[in-house]
Each structure stands twice: as C-alpha cells, then as structure tokens.
Design a protein around this ligand. Sequence first.
Ligand code: SF4
Length: 368
Amino acid sequence: MFPHTQVTERLLRWFEEHGRDLPWRKEYKPYEVWVSEIMLQQTQMDRAVEYFTRWMVRFPDVESVAQASEDEILKYWEGLGYYSRARNLHATAQRIVTKGNGRFPNTVTELEGLPGVGPYTARAVASLAFKEPVPAIDANVERVVARLRCLDQPVKHKESQRAIQESARDMVAVLKPGQAREFNQALMEFGALVCSRNPRCEECPLESMCLSRKAGLEHERPIKGKPKEVVRITMATGVLVHHNRLFIQKRLPGDVWAGLWEFPGGVIEDGESQEQALVREFQEETEMDVVPTWRIGTVRYSYTKYRVTMHGFYCALANGREPEPVLSAASRYEWIEFQDMDKWAFPAGHAKLRTIMQEQGPGVETGE
Ligand code: SF4
C-alpha cells in the first residue's frame, strides 16, 4: 500500500525548506504562472527564468501580449525553440482579451480549451494559480512515482501511466484545502532536485518509503523506454548580399519555425557539393540565380529528432540583374542592413550563423 499521506506531508515540509525562489512564485498571478509553464515546456529552469524576466519587462500583462505583433513575440522567444509555444501564447492572449474581456480562464476544463495548453499545463496552471486540487504530472513526477513504487515498465507504458496517475490523484486527495499549489510544485521540484536522473537518496525525505531504494534498484528505475530516433541532415544556406543589404525571408504559416526569418537554403542531396545545393535551393525557393562568394562557416544544431549540420555562404546574384524574388517557401522577404540583423527572430541554426557573421564583421564577403 502506497503511503500517500506520509509522502505528501514529507514533501510539503521539504518544499517549505528547499523550494526555489522563482519570479512567478511571488504572487502566483495567473498570467505569470501560465507564461512560466509554457516557457518551461522543453526548457531548463535557469533559461526559463532568464527569458521570463525579460518577457515580463516588455509584456507585463495579457493585454500587452495580445497587442504585440507576431514578429515581436517571436523575437522575445528567439533561442527558446519550439516556437509554436510562442504563437499559441500570442493567440491565447488575443482570445482572452477579445472574447473573455481579459478574464483569465480558471478551471482545468477552460484552460484545456486554449491553444497549446495540454492536460499537464492546464492542471499546473489551475493548481498553482487557482489552487484547484488536481494533480499535475510532468516527467519529474513520473520519475519519482516510478521509483517510489518501483514500477517495472517504462513510464510511458500504459500500466505505468495508470499507476502514476492513480498515485498522483490519491496524493492530491489527502491534501488539505488549498494545498494543491504547494504540493504539485513540491513533487515536481523534488524530482528536479533530489530524485533526479542521478538520485540523491542519502538526503531524501522519502527514502524509508521508496521501494526502488529498498530493492537497491534506484538507478535502474524508471525502466528506460525505446531510444528516440535520431536523423542527421546536412544543409547549405546562402546569405545573398546586394547593394550592401542582406536577403531574408519569412517562413510560411504551418511550416516548422513558421513566422521566423531565415536565409534561403536546404538539404544537400546525394552527389551535390555544398555550393551546388545552395545554388539549387536558392533558385527553387526564390527563383534567383546566385553564386557563392565566401564561406561563412559551419553550425550545428538540433530540433526534435534532427541533428543538423549547416554550411553557410555569402553569395551574390549570378546575372548582375536587379533581383526579383518569387517566393515558394516563404510568405515575405526583406532586404536588411547588416547591423539590423538582431532585430529579426531567426531559428537556432540561422541565429548561430548570424553570430559568426557578426564576429567576422560586415563586408567580409567582398573583402572590404
Ligand atoms: S530514495 Fe532515492 S530513488 Fe527513492 S525517492 Fe528518494 S531520491 Fe528517489
């Protein structure tokens, strides 16, 4: 029998002493809790705090998000990745302001109806901001329960999911009214700081109740699932310079990195050199003929299952005619000044390329 009451009491005591001082924990304003939860999806805590702090200076309330342009929202999100989170946040803020008269949804059911808000986020916001007594199960909670109960299937297995949800629900059920806010954070924080990937069992307040520890299996739990598939791709990208301005294009709605800006380019096909791929991609995406003039450098980045190596080149128009871009992979284009590159939100690889270009300085491609 899982000792729910003892576990919850010990975790609440542990959290009182060890809970981190985070900016959204000062007042638990629904807007702040919501933004923090969206930022924390797929993001380390330190990084989320840094972005959250900067975000709140520019967007102190839901109205300021609703009124901002998508370009500005994406610029403030630049570097956090998973940009659909930012687009959904923007769409949700607009919905709250126009349809909800600025009232923030305050139940799990209402929250689950918002763009980009799944079961976990809805429960986390409802319990942290409104103290709704519902469990919020993230990867930390899954790991802690899998270890406490010594589950013998990977956490995503349906039997494990049933056991984890049952334990989380039963723990919330024994809380006193109003304690769900602290308890959910306690459980997640405990998973992040103590029962982490390398568990610190010697300082664990739950050690005497932990079945994995008793069995000496704390490092073998949770059971690992199938390793994630990894796909490696190599790309070539071109920074076209014309009259001292750089060509950038905006990615199409519905595309990965929709709404962000980039330099044209794409995957190098079998038998192609980097330069050939760049020329072909540029022609396919913009109907402009270019010639590579200078190798900027190579960057590496990851997104979802992809590990990307991207070779960047400056290039010039091949025929000397005035450019007339015809876009097939973008919704808009701009010719921008070198020193204005930071004003535009780029996805990770292009942002890394931008950094190299800034380190090299303007005019490098023409030898100026
Ligand atoms: S004893 Fe170790 S494995 Fe068990 S809950 Fe505590 S930290 Fe996690």
